[in-house]
Design a protein around this ligand. Structure first.
Ligand code: GUN
Length: 286
């Protein structure tokens, strides 16, 4: 029987302490932190994520503006909005919900956000800062994963961490964060041969592959820590499920996260932390 690590519980603890900080800083600086989220189109998953981000802001006391634009918005119009927000001293964080429609180049959009307002940590300056161990904004999901491991007092140093998935949003940055904590890191992906052989040598598995219930018991060593980053729909039940087949894997793992209630709530919480961090930097620079 594994211990289930509740990202939701940690998120509640963090959000409660942020709530108090926001009140204090709001008094000190006479202005609340302000996050602007841009949503293009009406992709149901994106609408749901953006709603979740708005609710978290409300809960913590962070000012939130959601700019909704139709699917037909041009790249130039979107870049103009970002430019305006970059120059607005009352805006601390800018987040453009991805994916964007095909006619808009996401790299151009991300690169247009001022790095000091890039709460997603997706701008090349922030990505480079992570890899060079310089101060910058660390993207939310990888940050949340490390916070969840720390919350459960899981030792990272010296452990073999196997990351399944090499995306810019999760796989690559979490690998760097684990390496910075002195884990030995293996990154696996769709072309990896003998995947199960590798995952069976893992002390910590980070499943960020984007395939429902992909990680099965036979891929997991007895006593491994299994962190599920997936957000998928079960084809049969239509319910939200992770990249890990929880029922199958749980008896073999020592610690495991669930979907929902695992990494997801911490991703949003880290977004709030990043917004607060950007706000404090802006206020201190003034
Ligand atoms: N779409 C899915 N995940 C994310 C995320 O973390 N940030 C943004 N901006 N869009 C997303």
């Amino acid at each position: 029987m594994a211990t289930v690590i509740s990202g939701k519980e940690l998120a509640t603890i963090r959000r409660n302490s942020m709530k108090e900080e926001v009140i204090e800083f709001g008094k000190k600086y006479n202005r609340l932190p302000h996050l602007v989220v841009i949503l293009v189109g009406d992709n149901p998953a994106s609408v749901s994520y953006v709603t979740g981000k708005g609710k978290a802001c409300e809960e913590i006391g962070i000012k939130n503006t959601t700019i909704k634009k139709p699917e037909t918005i041009s790249e130039k119009e979107l870049l103009d909005i970002i430019d305006e927000l970059n120059n607005d001293s009352t805006v601390d964080g800018i987040l453009v919900q991805l994916p964007l429609p095909k006619h808009i180049n996401p790299d151009l959009v991300i690169n247009a956000i001022t790095p000091s307002k890039d709460v997603d940590g997706f701008h090349p300056i922030n990505v480079a800062s992570l890899y060079l161990k310089q101060p910058g904004i660390v993207s939310c999901t990888p940050k949340g994963i490390i916070e969840v491991l720390d919350f459960a007092n899981i030792q990272i140093e010296g452990k073999h961490a196997v990351v399944i998935g090499r995306s810019n949003i999760v796989g690559m940055p979490v690998s760097k964060l684990l390496l910075d904590r002195n884990a030995t890191v293996t990154i696996c992906h769709s072309r990896t041969k003998n995947l199960a052989e590798i995952t069976n040598t893992a002390d910590i598995i980070i499943a960020a592959v984007g395939k429902a219930k992909f990680v099965k018991a036979e891929m997991v060593r007895e006593g491994a820590v299994v962190i599920d980053v997936g957000v998928n729909r079960d084809e049969v039940t239509g319910k939200l499920c992770g990249d890990v087949d929880f029922k199958d894997v749980e008896p073999k793992a020592s610690y495991i996260t669930k979907v929902p209630g695992g990494i997801g709530p911490m991703t949003i919480t880290c977004l709030m932390e990043n917004t607060l961090e950007c706000y404090l930097k802006h206020m201190e620079e003034k």
